[in-house]
Design a protein around this ligand. Structure first.
Ligand SMILES: [Zn+2]
Ligand SMILES: [Zn+2]
Length: 331
C-alpha cells in the first residue's frame, strides 16, 4: 500500500508464490513486488475491455490520473477502475479536471490492505480488498481511509524508532531521500532506501530480507482496518467489496465464507498474473459463493507501459456486465 513514487511495491508484503508466476519475479526490487508481477508469455484469449484494478501516483503508481486514463483509453478499454491504496484523491482529481477521454467510463475505486490476525496462512497477516464503484464523497468511507493512512504513518515511525534502537539510525538518510508530503509514500520501500544510503542494505529486496520482512528485527506489524471494517465501509459507500489477488481462495473456503459473512461480494477472478487454470479455479469459487467476478491489471507503471500490461490481461466483457448489475447500473 504505501510506497513512494518509484512504486516499488504496493502491498509491501511477500506472499506465497501463486500460479502463473515465473522466476522473473524474484528479480523484482522488493518482495512484495511479486504480488504485482505478471506472467511472461501469457496471451489472453481476447483483448481486455475492462480493467478494474489500477494505481496512480496518488498511491504507489507512477502515472498521474490523467496520464493513466489516456494510456488506458488508447488500448480499447472502456471501463476502468482506479483503485489507489487508501485514497480517492486520484479519482477526485480526475473528476475535477474533466480530463476523462471519450468512450472511457471510470469507476471510483479503492484498495485497502486489511489486517488479519488469526489466520496463519495469510502472508504477513493481510488481505487486500478492492472497493469498486464507491461513492467518492462518502464521509464514512473517507474517515475509514483516513484512519488507515494514520496507521501507516504510525507504523513507519515505529520502524524508524526500532532501527534506531538496533543501532541503524536512518533519520538523516530519510532527509536525503526526495521529500514527500504524501502519506502514501510512507512505506517500507522508503525505509529500505534509507537503509541503502546508510550502508545497511544493498537493495530494497536485501533490506526487506535482512531487516524489514516479518520475522526480521525491524519488522513492525501492520495496524489498521480489518476485513470487517473495510468491507463494511466499502459496501456502505455503495461499492462492491472484491477480494484482490487471492489465488489461495480455492484452498481456504472456510476463510472465504467468513469474508462473505462480513459482506464480501466480489472476487478478483481475472488478475493479470493468473494463468487460465487459476482463473477457472477462481471462477468456481466466485460461482459457489455467489461473488461478482472482477478483474484487473494491478498496473503500477514502474515495470512496463500500460499497453504492455494490458497485453497480458484477460478480462472478458461479461465482467463489466456483472459489475454493472451488482452496482445497479443499467448500462
Ligand atoms: Zn494489492
Ligand atoms: Zn493493487
Amino acid at each position: 500500500m504505501s510506497d513512494d513514487a518509484a512504486g516499488a511495491t504496493a502491498g509491501e508484503s511477500s506472499e506465497p508464490r501463486r500460479a502463473g508466476e515465473t522466476e522473473a519475479v524474484t528479480a523484482n526490487r522488493s518482495p512484495s513486488a511479486k504480488r504485482h508481477a505478471s506472467r511472461a508469455g501469457f496471451v489472453p484469449p481476447a483483448p481486455a475491455t475492462v480493467d478494474l484494478h489500477t494505481h496512480t501516483l496518488r498511491s504507489d503508481g507512477i502515472l498521474t490520473p490523467t496520464e493513466l486514463v489516456e494510456a488506458v483509453a488508447a488500448t480499447g478499454v472502456t471501463l476502468l477502475a482506479i483503485t489507489d491504496h487508501d485514497t480517492l484523491a486520484g479519482v477526485r482529481e480526475l473528476r475535477a479536471s474533466g480530463a476523462t477521454p471519450a468512450g472511457l467510463e471510470i469507476l471510483p475505486g479503492i484498495e485497502i490492505n486489511t489486517v488479519v490476525h488469526d489466520r496463519d496462512h495469510i502472508a504477513e497477516g493481510e488481505v487486500h480488498v478492492l472497493g469498486l464503484g464507491v461513492d467518492p464523497d462518502d464521509d464514512a468511507l473517507e474517515a475509514a481511509l483516513s484512519s488507515q493512512r494514520d496507521a501507516r504513518r504510525t507504523r513507519f515511525e515505529k520502524m524508524v524508532t526500532k532501527l534506531r534502537e538496533l543501532g541503524m539510525p536512518i533519520d538523516g538518510a530519510l532527509e536525503q531521500l526526495p521529500p514527500t508530503t504524501d502519506e502514501d509514500a510512507l512505506g517500507r520501500p522508503r525505509i529500505a532506501r534509507a537503509l541503502i544510503l546508510t550502508g545497511n542494505a544493498e537493495s530494497v529486496e536485501d533490506a526487506f530480507n535482512r531487516h524489514l520482512s516479518r520475522g526480521r528485527p525491524a519488522y513492525v506489524p501492520r495496524e489498521g482496518l480489518g476485513p470487517r471494517e473495510a468491507i463494511g465501509a466499502i459496501r456502505a459507500a455503495g461499492g462492491i467489496a472484491s477480494l484482490a489477488h487471492y489465488s489461495e481462495a480455492p484452498a481456504y473456503m472456510p476463510f472465504m465464507r467468513s469474508l462473505v459473512d462480513l459482506g464480501l461480494n466480489g472476487l478478483e477472478v481475472h488478475y493479470r498474473a493468473y494463468d487460465l487454470s487459476t482463473v477457472r479455479l477462481m471462477q468456481k469459487v466466485a460461482a459457489d459463493l455467489r461473488l461478482v467476478p472482477t478483474g484487473g491489471s494491478d498496473y503500477h507503471g514502474d515495470r512496463e507501459t500500460y499497453a504492455e500490461a494490458h497485453a497480458q490481461l484477460w478480462n472478458p466483457p461479461d465482467v463489466a456486465g456483472g459489475v454493472r448489475a451488482a452496482l445497479g447500473v443499467s448500462v
